[in-house]
Design a protein. Structure first.
Length: 210
């Protein structure tokens, strides 16, 4: 059976970042080709819409079109801050996963940015500073989001979470970020065919054998 991977993100910034992650994964695969027959990317625009809107879109746009020919594998990409610090999280992640499987997904993976996606971005502070044309700050404290907001303010700019910022994501060095997010994105790498071609995974396997 053919394989279809569907990736759901919760905002424009996230979509742009994971597009870059996909480009990096493809570049690391020896023949520059994903080992899937179909790859679909969907932006849901807001974690609160994941519970109902995502499921409806999944059934309408994916299951009805592809379930007869494809095994469907779903990736849910989201921030964890609303789950860790909110009294009433907007999404029941277990129920959503169960609903997706009941409606046609063979596997569901969660790619979770600890707190926020901005925590991933701040693994490349140099890239952010170069984009903003500011000196690298000393003793920068706070969450990833707070750090980026402070750096943008130093450049007399406003960072709006979830909205595109032209050139910002493109300025990030994925070679710097990838080793830091390896465990978070590993299921995606494996499904797309990267694991055996990734130096990070190879090095980790060597360490585990020692």
């Amino acid at each position: 059976m053919k394989k279809c991977v569907v990736i759901y993100t919760e905002g424009e910034t996230d979509k742009e970042f994971y597009d870059k992650v996909l480009d990096e994964i493809k570049n690391k695969i020896s023949d520059k080709k994903f080992k899937v027959d179909l790859l679909k990317k969907k932006c849901i625009t807001g974690i609160a819409k994941f519970q109902k809107k995502l499921l409806n879109k999944f059934v309408k746009e994916v299951v009805k079109k592809y379930s007869k020919e494809y095994e469907i594998i779903v990736f849910l990409c989201y921030d964890t801050d609303v789950f860790e610090f909110g009294a009433n999280p907007p999404v029941d992640r277990r129920k959503l996963e169960a609903d997706l499987k009941r409606n046609g997904a063979s596997k569901v993976f969660h790619i979770k940015a600890t707190r926020t996606i901005e925590d991933f971005f701040t693994y490349d502070i140099d890239g952010i500073c170069n984009f903003l044309k500011i000196p690298k700050p000393k003793n920068l404290k706070g969450t990833g989001l707070e750090k980026i907001e402070k750096m943008f303010l130093k450049a007399n700019r406003i960072y709006q979470k979830g909205y595109k910022c032209s050139g910002f994501i493109a300025s990030l060095d994925m070679n710097t970020i990838f080793p830091k997010i390896c465990e978070s994105i590993k299921p995606l790498c494996v499904e797309l065919g990267l694991e055996e071609n990734c130096d990070i995974c190879k090095n980790q396997k060597m360490k585990n054998k020692k």
